[in-house]
Write a protein that binds this ligand. Sequence first.
Ligand SMILES: *Cc1c(COP(=O)(O)O)cnc(C)c1O
Length: 354
Amino acid sequence: MQALTITRAETLKPKPEADKLGFGKHFTDHMFLMNYTLGQGWHDPRIVPYGLISLEPCAMVFHYAQEVFEGMKAYRTADGSIQLFRPMDNVRRLNDSCDRLCIPRVPEAETLEYLKELVRLEADWVPNGEGTSLYIRPFIIATDASLGVHSSHTYLFAIILSPVGSYYPEGINPVKIYVEDDDVRAVKGGTGYTKCGGNYAASIRAGERAEEAGYTQVLWLDGVHRKYIEEVGSMNVLFKIDGKIVTPALTGSVLPGITRRSCLDLLRDWGYTVEERLLSAEELFQAAETGKLEEAWGSGTAAVISPIGEMGWGKHHVTINGGKIGDLTHKLYETLTDIQWGREPDPYGWTVKL
Ligand SMILES: *Cc1c(COP(=O)(O)O)cnc(C)c1O
């Protein structure tokens, strides 16, 4: 493992007020950086004061979006300690994204150590208010100063930290989602299963359209048949239909969410039949119209669980569970957040103490 050097900030920033954190607005005093150079590999892992990154305007990332990222959280437990949730899964997924984008893989064990070291240094930034956490954003960008279209020979790996507020400051309210028929988020063979900025750039327009139509999130269909449900907004989506759990299979255009996997692990443990398969919008709306769609929710690190109360698709409009959060959705939310914030023991070994 290459030695991590630490350069401390000369002055520390004032911490934001616990009830005014929001999401991704405040950043801590330090960040992690590491460079890659072809022939040399990853080198110079370091923690430095949080600050500007200087790049040439022709740096490849600005033009061809050779970039990957991750999203995870550090949680403050009641006894004041700090823990991460399945962090190695994020590091492995970062490397899966790297493979697809032709970015050199990062050393996994070292990366987790660097990340833990950064969070330890910034421990005072992990908030302790109800539902708050320290959001961790690792990302890698292509830095070659060249407009030629090929994979870069140099990269910058950075980790920045942001204290974030509760996702549900006013209590957990079901969202309204809208089936997008025109734009697609990803296609099989593309980058849908990776966390790369390009996927997000392509999804913004549909999100804006859904908002204009009075909905909160987009329900994405697959890009080939324009028929099968894939994800909701930037979350995975799960349904309880006729007592069984149905969620889109990981076909290549769906992001393999760690919250999704945790939901499925819990649900199987609780004795539910879990079907990871193709689910068409037609089947879903039919289930809703015949009363078989009992619950629906999105899953992701930011919200953990986001109940879905209404769905629109063309002239169809359905309400799920009377627009209220379902019992199972609620139980999943409670169970996951109890484990993440250390309120209940973690029988799965998902949490990693700092
Ligand atoms: C990050 C992400 C998710 C959720 O993944 P988690 O590991 O649960 O946070 C789902 N869909 C998309 C498109 C994502 O980018």
